[in-house]
Design a protein around this ligand. Sequence first.
Ligand code: FES
Ligand code: MG
Length: 573
Amino acid sequence: MTAAELRSARWFAPDDLRSFGHRSRMMQLGYSEEEFLGRPIVGILSTWSELNSCHGHFPERVENVRRGVLAAGGFPVEMPALSVDESFTKPTSMLYRNLLAMETEEIIRSHPLDGVVLLGGCDKTTPGLVMGAITAGVPMIFLPAGPMLRGHYAGRVLGSGSDAWKYWDERRAGNVTDEEWLGIQGGIARSVGTCMTMGTASTMTAITDALGLTLPGASSIPAADSGHQRMAAECGRRIVDMVWEDLRPEAIITEAAVQNAAKVAMATGCSTNAVVHLIAMARRAGVDLTLDHLDALGRTTPLIANVRPAGKDYLMEDFFYAGGLRALMKQMEAMLDTSALTVTGKTLGDNLEGARVYDDDVIRPLSNPVYAEGSLALLRGNLCPDGAVIKPAACDPKFHVHEGPALVFDSYPEMKKAVEDENLDVTPDHVMVLRNAGPLGGPGFPEWGMLPIPKALIRKGHRDMLRISDARMSGTSYGACVLHVAPESYVGGPLALLRTGDKVRLDLPNRRLDMLVDAAELERRRAAWTPPQPRYERGWGYMFSRHVTQADKGCDFDFLERGFGRAAGEPDI
Ligand code: FES
Ligand code: MG
C-alpha cells in the first residue's frame, strides 16, 4: 500500500474543491498538512460513557493508543461509539448490540479512516464493534477492556455476578445481614474493567483474541495492570503497519479462525451468550457456524480453564498470572489450526511460541481437565425444534436426565411475584418455565434465564432446579438452565403451547428436550393460540422487532447479514 492508495487519500489528495474543504477543515482543527497528508488515519472507536462502569479507563487508553499511532507515523482520531453498558441498560443491553454494529460500520464507512482500533469489552460491545468492523472491512485491531481485579469482602474472594446470585439466595434464606450485604455490594467490583469471572465479557474477548483480532493474549491482561496501557500503545503502533500491509479482517476471520475460537471458548467454559455472538460474528465474515457445529465441539473439547462459574476456584486475575489465554491456547495447540493469520501479520502458531502455563491448577493440562467435555450442549426436541442451549458443566449432574411437571410463567413480573410466595405449590422435581422472554418477546432477549429458585424451595435447602426459557442468561450465572429456546414463544414456537402440569423431559446425553404431550393435543392448542400484541410501534424497538433473527442465527438484523442486497461501496464524491 502506498500513500496515494490510502483510503483517506480519496478525501484529502485530489486537487478539487471538495478535498480543499476537507483539508481546510483539518486545518481548522489545528493540524498542518504534514501531520495528516499521506499518513494512515486511524480511528480510535471508544465505547466509553460515564455510565459504563467497565470502561472507566478508556479515556486514558485512547491516549495510550494515540501515542502508539503517532510513534508509528499515523494520524489518530478518536471517534466515540455507543457505549452499550451492561449494568444499567434497560430492558437489556442486547437490544442495542446491533445498533452499535450499525454505528460502527457507518462511522467507518462514512469517514476518512484507513484503519481502526476498537475499544470494547463490556458484554455486547465486543460483538457489536467486531460485527460492524468486519462489514466495513478496513484493517482493525480489537483492544479488550480487560477484566477488573478480584472482588474481596471480609477475607472472602468475590466473583462478578456469580457471587451476587449466590449471596442473594443466602440473603433470601436469611443467612446474610444488612451489614454483610452492604460490604459485598462495595467489594464485588473494585476497579475498572469487565466482570472477572468467565462471563460473557471475558468469553467474548477471549474469542476475539483466539480469532486473531487482538494482540496475542491481550484479552487476559487486567484493566488496572500497567501492561494494559503498554498493550494499548502497541495496538496504536501495530494498526499503522496493518494499514500499510493492507491486512483486512476477511484475511483473518476464516473458517479455521472461527473453529479455533469456538474450541477456545469451550476450553474456557464459556458463557452461553458466546453461541449467539460467535454465530453472528462468523456470519458477518461469511462463515456459516451452526448450533450443530458448536455441539460437536462441545462434546470433544475439554474444559481446562478452572475459572468460575464453570470452573471451581479461580478468577480472571488468577488466569492472567497463570499465563493467560496464550498459555491456554498453547496447552491445546494440537487441537487448533495454528496456520491461521492474526493481526500481528504472523500465524497463531508463531504468536504462541514461548507461551507456557505457570499454574496448572488454574490452566489444566488436557490430561487433567476440569470437565472432559460439556462447556455447552445444544438441544433439540419438540420444545425447541431450532435448538436450545445448556451449560452442563455449570449445573448439578442429577438434572442431566430429568422428567418433571412444568410450572409455566408468561411474564417476568408474574414469575417474580410467584417465586417469593412461600406457599407456592412447587417441588424440587418441577421444571420452571418462563416464556415471552426471547429476542422479540423479551423484548431484546434479556438475561432472565437463570430463573430464581422459589423461596419455598430455598428455605428447604434447594439451590438448583431444572429451568427452561427462551431468554439468555448472564455468563456469570450457573445452574440447570435451558436457554435460547428457538423459535421463541412470542412468534408461536412450541414453548407457547406448554401448560402448567405437562410433563417435560430433558435428556442431555441424547441432547433432547421434549414436552410429553401428544401431537393431536398440541395441534388443538396451536389452533387456539393467538399472537401477542406488538412490543413496539415506533423507534429503534420497532426496527429491531421487524428485522432481528432468531437465536440460532445469531440475532443479527436480516438486512445487515452478509449477502443481503448490494454492498454500499466506497464514497465516490
Ligand atoms: Fe460490564 Fe459485566 S457489566 S462486563
Ligand atoms: Mg453479563
